[in-house]
Ligand binder design. Sequence first.
Ligand code: SF4
Length: 898
Amino acid sequence: MNAVTQHAPTVRSTCPYCGVGCGLLAQPDRRGGAAIAGDPTHPANLGRLCSKGSALGETVGLEGRLLHPMLRRADGRLARAGWTQALDAVAGGFRTVIERDGPDAVAFYLSGQLLTEDYYVANKLMKGFIGSANVDTNSRLCMASSVAGHRRAFGADTVPGSYTDLDLADLVVLVGSNAAWCHPVLFQRIMRNKAQRGARVVVIDPRRTVTAQEADLFLGIAPGTDTVLFCGLLVHLAERGALDAAYVETHTNGFADTLARARTIAPDAPTTARLCGVAEADIAQFFNLFYASARTVTGYSQGVNQSAQGTDKVNAIINCHLATGRIGRPGMGPLSLTGQPNAMGGREVGGLANQLAAHMGFAPDEVDRVRRFWNAPRMATREGHKAVQMFEAIERGEIKALWVMATNPAVSLPRAGAMKAALARLELFVVSENVSSNDTVNAGAHVLLPAAAWGEKDGTVTNSERCISRQRAFLPPPGEARPDWRIVSAVAQRLGFAEAFSFGSEADVFREHAALSGFENAGTRDFDIGGLATMSDPDYAALEPVQWPVRAGEEPGAPAGEKRFFADGGFFTPDRKARFVAPQPPALQESTSAAFPFRLNTGRIRDQWHTMTRTGQSPRLAAHLAEPFVEVHPGDAGTMGLADGGFAKVSTAHGACILKVMVTDNQQPGSLFVPIHWSDETASCARVGDLVAPRTDPHSGQPEAKATPAAIAPVDFALRGFARTRSAPTLPDGTWWAKVAVAEGIEYRLATNLGPLFWHDFAYRWIGQDAPLAERLDGTLYRAAAFLDGHLDGCVCVAPAEDTAPQWDLAGLAAAAAAEAGGRRIPKVEACDYIGETEQVVCACFKVGLDAVRKAVHSGGATTVGDIGRTLGAGTNCGSCLPELKRIIVDERIAHPL
Ligand code: SF4
């Protein structure tokens, strides 16, 4: 797939999605697109890409792009403006608010999708020159609890290990991580270790995810009991004499108190099992595996971080690794699996409101050091508002000017609807974006600034293993789009800071960032890339992936993927010892009630990314799970009267969504799961952020996105169907819809109580303007299709909801229309061989659908994923679908035994 021919010019870059940070090769096609392949030399992926990375070439089109600066006029409309006018408006607006209300009345909200250079310039402007630390980022929603846990234990936000540890471990424990979908390339790496070296895999998660299905042992713990489990493990290890007493004695503090606390929380395995809701035998097996496997990596992700006790959960995990000395050595250690492509780079520059810069905080000596380095006139001296608090301050009217860059908080924040409404209170609301319309832009932005997108800009990102890689441009920026660092620098210059923001290139910014990391850093700070501070422009252009630290004057040390911290102590605390952290007894999560008896969990799906502004353009990615859904346990579905494939209203104290029902025993009774990706741009009522409570962790400020009390009830629609149009139609209130990328035009999945007459009018309005319309009404099965130049140009089809296999038969409709037209304008019938609601695609790379896989198994010809690969090709490219293929084989063989 997407093979890059041997002789074609290619550009080496990195994937813009998850924190694995895969290297890739991009070959522009000179028509505005590009072929994408994995970079075999990049240490993160060694040539592999997942389904999302493989489909990147489908997502670089200019559909929906913001191409010019826009200013909101007095009549409320956005109108095109020049860059000078737009930048003057931003600088003038910020200056007015700062002079009148002080620097804490303004804020930046940044993104893990920004490049390090963009992040650095924005952070420098706000914290060194405006004088506020109100800079936060969507990474707060992703891994802030890991950062806080690292800092409490290690004295710095240090990821101790490397991806190669996943190849070398004898035991990989995945906690709150659906890595098979969210970090697919790393997951396949773990699976290779399992297959080739016999590594064991334990998955700990309230949901039986596709990751769990691949595990040797799955612990389906009760939501929120991770701390109990790891306290129980610590007690067990202590009692079996599995601790590394010398390491604990020499390199750590606080063990005795932490063990005592663990004993109060989980005194023994039976209590641990009872509190976690897991069989005692399974707990015993996990404890035994951990006890027996010196080479253990514990990977954890959003299921741990997105919690009101997330930091304690992180520290409960780290405690077990410190106690056994299993840290910083090959094949062992805690490993935070970062969600976003440059969350780590954002942390490096200080993009979080509770960091200053270069892994320094707000201690007076650190503030002074950064002040001297930047020659900063107005340093922030204390932490700013973290994300949720920042938007609450906007809601209260305390923050009056906000600049959002490369993120969509009106979708992703807890209480997203209220946060979206709060944006309307801003005196100045600036958005730097790639797209001209999303929920945040549409919340009333006063200034829109067109930012260069992935593939159009240069810079660096840092992945989950501290590996800095170049993102390189391979397409020209369209319209007047500019890189974010240039936009911020231009505003800084207008605010009077021309000298400090006179960067001429990305390389200039990177060199300054590198120099700050090494400034007065005699090994006392973990983040140090001072050795890169004097790179020439050509060296920066050719920079190979490099894992930090890269200290000035030192030998480069181990190659990328091999550098580790803490095998021999050397933590970044004042006494250079790690700190055990005694977690609080797990507080009760927000209680369920008679009104909200369920617990709402949220997360990602395999083939979409964040709010779908990029992945939502790819037809093959859309075909995996095309519609917003809620997963419900069969018992709950029965109790609540929910049918698989039907619809449900999921509501919390904060909002409601209407979603397709997916009944599955992978979900625990009492729990619901809803994906995070849909917004008001892509569905009628599926913005799950609206439902999430704003409870946050006291240390990290990360919101608890996985445990909001919720209710669910069935919703009935009389008709279901779909429409394909060339332009976005206006769909009526009360009609459920979800937008799906298709090869030509736009498809809307529909569920409605409006009868055929309405859809007849709709068809004439939205698809019959330029083309002859063929229509049929059979009872309440209504079909209309427009044909232009012999091709299907658009269609609207609705059928009774109880008809599970309606005969859309657009080819027949075309033939009948042609016959009625006396043979004139005969459409190509084969071009209308169109199945309407496309079946679910399992393998996105080769577009292999669920039915084809089922048939291959059912026929008896395919009994393994290898057989499926040989017959259908599925699973032979990126491997993202392998766990699902295995599940389908098992399900089919149970349903249809040979
Ligand atoms: S695993 Fe997939 S999404 Fe993540 S960086 Fe690699 S190709 Fe991109």
